[in-house]
Design a protein around this ligand. Sequence first.
Ligand code: ZN
Length: 130
Amino acid sequence: MPLNRRETIELASAIEERRTALAAEIRREVARARNESYAELAGAVHDTGDEALADLVADLDNAEVKRDLTEVRELEAARARIADGSYGVCVDCGADVPVARMRAQLAARRCIACQGQYEKTYAVGERPTL
Ligand SMILES: [Zn+2]
């Protein structure tokens, strides 16, 4: 079953919430790394847009911040899919992704079956062991 309007609105607002929280988290981390106060930095950077955040962390080598920024970008992409109507539809097989999965993984692009296949093929999340 495709996402209905109510579910889409619910997920869109969850995406916004998560994105705002991540943007705040990124600023907090950057402020700490630069020894600036959060207020100072928040004042300087009002724009929580993708590029503004990317600029903010460009010179920062911090794994946690980079992970947060990746998630922000995934959420941006999810928001674009909501706008073009492809949100909640598996990019690989075209099946409707159950709302429970979308709630758990707001930026999910695939149904569980295709995601499993994708991860097997590309070994997503595997870190090289040193
Ligand atoms: Zn699929």
